[in-house]
Design a protein around this ligand. Structure first.
Ligand SMILES: *Cc1c(COP(=O)(O)O)cnc(C)c1O
Length: 378
C-alpha cells in the first residue's frame, strides 16, 4: 500500500546531501574536535566551516552561532538564559498564547521561579497585535519572545516590526524561527532580533541538532554547564557530524527556498481547494498568507483522533494539532487562542507538505480523506 506522509512540519527526512556530508564524521573522521592533534584539528576545521556557513546564511557572525541539541534546547536557553542573566534589571517576560510547548512550558517554569510572564492573545488568524505588545511592556520587561511562524496554523508574524518595538524599549527580542526557515527570509540583521532558534530536522537536516543565534553583547547565562565548547557557553563534546549535516541542509534549504515555496504552495493550494470543494462542513484555519507548507483543516463534527487513526490505516499520515500535542486529549492551545470551540479544536487536523510531495500524493490523500470523513459522519 502507498504511504503518504503529510507531516513535514513535525519532521523531515534527512536529505542525501546532508547524509553524505555527515558520513565521514561518523566513521573515520571521528576525533574530538577539541583535541589538538591532526584528527581533532580536522574535525574542528569542519565545525568551523559549518559555523561560518550557517552564520553567513542568516546574516550573522560566526561567533554568534551556538550549537544545541535542537529547537527545544535553543528555546529553553534563550528564555532561561536571558531571564537569569538580567534578573537585576527586571523579572517580566512577554510571549504569546500560541507558542510551541518549548516556549510555553519554559515560561510556566519561569513563573514558578520568580518571573512574571504575559501571554499575548492573538486574533482569529493567529496574529499578535502590535499595540497589545506595546502596552504589555513594563519597566521590568527583560525579554519578548514571539514565534516567527506558528507550527499548527502557519501564521507568519511581522517579526521585524515586533522586534523594532522591543528595540525602542531596550528589551531583548527572541524568535523561534524553526518553522520559518526554508520558506521565509530569516536574516538576523534585517530582522534586527537578538536571538533566533532553529532546528535542523525541520529542514532536511539531522534530528538532535539545533542552533541558537545570540547577538554579540547579549547578556545571557549558560543553560548547559560544562567544558569550554561553544565559547564556554554550552558544554558538551562537539557534535561534528550533525553540525556538518546541518550546515549542508541549511545551505540547500536557503538556496532552493523560492523554488520550493512556489512548488509547495501550489500543492497545498490544490489540496486545500479540493478539501473545501469536495468535503462539506470544513474550514481552513489561519490566514491566506500563512506559511506555504501548512494546511490546518477543521472537519466539523468529526473527532480528529478517530479520523487520524482511519487515515493511518489507509496509509495517509497527518497530525492532530502539532506532533507534540497529539496523543494528548486536551484541545490545542493554538486553536483555542484563535477562538475555536473545544469541539472544533478537537475536529482539526494539520497537513504539511514539502518539496518531496507530489500532485499524485495530494490527490490520493484528498480521495482518502473524503472517504474517511464521509464514513465517520454517517
Ligand atoms: C519542532 C519545533 C520545535 C522543537 O524543535 P526540536 O528540534 O524538535 O526540539 C520548536 N519550535 C517549533 C516552532 C517547532 O516546530
Amino acid at each position: 500500500m502507498q504511504k503518504i506522509y503529510l507531516d513535514y512540519s513535525a519532521t523531515t527526512p534527512l536529505s542525501d546531501l546532508a547524509f553524505n556530508a555527515m558520513k565521514p564524521y561518523f566513521s573515520h573522521v571521528f576525533a574530538n574536535a577539541d583535541s589538538l592533534y591532526e584528527w581533532g584539528r580536522e574535525c574542528a576545521y569542519a565545525v568551523d566551516g559549518a559555523r561560518r556557513e550557517i552564520a553567513s546564511l542568516i546574516g550573522a557572525k560566526p561567533e554568534e552561532i551556538f550549537f544545541t541539541s535542537g529547537g527545544s534546547e535553543s528555546d529553553n536557553w534563550a528564555l532561561k538564559g536571558i531571564a537569569f542573566a538580567n534578573k537585576d534589571k527586571g523579572n517580566h517576560i512577554i510571549t504569546t498564547q500560541i507558542e510551541h510547548p518549548a516556549i510555553i512550558n519554559t515560561c510556566k517554569w519561569l513563573e514558578n521561579n520568580g518571573f512574571e510572564v504575559t501571554y499575548l492573545p492573538v486574533d482569529k488568524y493567529g496574529l499578535v497585535n502590535e499595540n497589545d505588545l506595546k502596552h504589555a511592556i513594563k519597566p521590568q520587561t527583560i525579554l519578548i519572545s514571539v514565534m516567527f511562524v506558528n507550527n499548527e496554523i502557519g501564521t507568519i508574524q511581522p517579526i521585524k516590526k515586533l522586534a523594532s518595538i522591543a528595540k525602542e524599549k531596550n528589551v531583548y527580542f527572541h524568535t523561534d524561527a524553526v518553522q520559518a526557515i526554508g520558506y521565509e527570509d530569516v536574516n538576523v540583521s534585517e530582522l534586527n532580533v537578538d536571538m533566533i532558534s532553529l532546528s535542523a530536522h525541520k529542514f532536511f537536516g539531522p534530528k538532535g541538532l539545533g542552533v541558537l543565534y545570540v547577538k554579540k553583547g547579549t547578556r545571557i547565562d549558560n543553560l548547559v554547564h560544562g567544558g569550554h565548547q561553544e565559547l564556554a557557553m554550552r558544554g558538551g563534546t562537539t557534535n561534528t557530524p550533525l553540525i556538518v549535516g546541518t550546515a549542508t541542509a541549511l545551505k540547500n534549504a536557503i538556496s532552493e527556498k523560492d523554488k520550493v515555496r512556489a512548488k509547495v504552495e501550489a500543492l497545498r493550494n490544490r489540496f486545500e481547494k479540493r478539501i473545501l470543494n469536495e468535503i462539506p462542513n470544513t474550514y481552513i484555519n489561519g490566514n491566506s498568507n500563512r506559511i506555504a507548507h501548512n494546511c490546518s483543516v477543521t472537519f466539523v463534527g468529526v473527532e480528529s483522533s478517530v479520523l487520524l487513526f482511519r487515515l493511518d490505516m489507509e496509509g495517509v499520515f497527518a497530525s492532530a494539532g502539532s506532533a507534540c500535542s497529539s496523543g494528548s486529549i486536551e484541545p490545542s492551545h493554538v486553536l483555542k487562542a484563535i477562538g475555536l470551540s473545544d469541539v472544533d479544536a478537537k475536529s482539526t487536523l494539520r497537513f504539511s507538505f514539502s518539496m518531496l510531495t507530489t500532485v499524485q500524493e495530494v490527490d490520493f490523500a484528498v480521495d482518502v480523506i473524503k472517504k474517511c470523513v464521509s464514513s465517520l459522519r454517517n
